[in-house]
Design a protein around this ligand. Sequence first.
Ligand code: FAD
Length: 395
Amino acid sequence: SRIPRIVILGAGYGGIVTALRLQKQLNYNEADVTLVNKHDYHYITTHLHMPAAGTDKPDNARVNITKLIDEFKIDFVKSTAVQIRTEDKKIVLEEGTLSYDYLVVGLGGEPETFGIPGLKEYALNIRSINSVRYIREHIEYQFAKYKREPSCTDLLTFIVGGAGFTGIEFVGELADRIPELCKEFDVDPSLVKIYNIEAAPTALPGFDPELVEYAMNVLKNKGVTFKIATAIKECTPEGVVLATGEEIKSATVIWTGGIRGNHMLEEAGFETMRGRIKVDDYLRAPGHDNIYVLGDCSIVMSPEGRPYPPTAQISMQQAEVCSHNLVSQIRGSELKKFEFKPKGTVASLGRGEAIGIVGSRKIKGGVASVMKKIIDLRYLYIIGGIPLVLKKGRF
Ligand code: FAD
């Protein structure tokens, strides 16, 4: 009989780890595996706050896909998928189509704007190499522009919407970058303002309150102004309008307030919640025994009945079970249930500072910052071994 075809959409955390595991576990001629990704590189999303703020180079947050996979075992196709057709098991790409017997969806998330007017049009998002290069250039340009229009101090106001992990990590980096930019462009640092605005009653909702307080104090000391329990009502070309009626003028609004699943899932007719598919115990889309959904496109419920937050950590654990289940399905052996094993969370607050929970231990400051670096290095080791650690590691 014909060799089964596996198509993996997206070479993010879920997709690339699935591809690497399949390349190891499948025997010769057991399946044809094709990996499809928009770019010829994988980006290390968890590093993107650094190049966005300009504290690191964008190149350090990406790796060529062909450096990671064995092209004799996996076909890599650089293309953008535009449609998933479950009825005839085809994927429509920008150029051409692909047929699959098994599909792995690892397309990542898209910004969730909760219908707030203007966010889609005027806010920037930290989501890819292209987007962070733009944010970095945009921020530098505001400094240059201010020198031509010294009465426009609003150019030196930077607004970050959302104080979840991405928002907090980004303001930490931005606060570190501001003194450098002030020096470079001869700008008085006291004119620069960074606002972090969050609608929930606390920053980092759901995280340990003592660590949240520590994080906010570190960031306040670096010059960040928090507006917590304050919703953004509208984003305009001139800044944001808050639910309180207050208006903050700024040419830079960076939205990190939430993500949803890839729009193609809804369009393909899957049942979704905020664009995500609530997968079965084996990580498959309900009613589709041949379609696995990973990472930010999926929802996995905790034993308490709440969705786990979408993270790189859960995506990679899903990839392990997904590759196991694909191989088992092809061999006719038993599938494994997915169970998330939280390894802890560490969030960076800029240079030398972080907070986190590892196991049941709270960590903060320098210790947490070193832990964050170890987690990042470990990931590079998992996908590319020692050579990648040496090449892209931030020590
Ligand atoms: P992604 O890693 O987002 O990858 C999706 C891939 O699909 C990309 O390569 C993309 O180019 C490709 N793609 C998209 N659309 C198409 C298309 N139409 N056709 C072809 N290819 C396509 N998580 C943690 O666990 N720890 C952290 O410390 C952490 N820090 C973060 C910091 C920042 C600044 C951000 C933004 C996120 C952070 N996260 C962190 C969250 C984590 O990055 C995501 O949850 C994770 O990347 C999701 O993985 P994924 O496999 O679902 O998709």
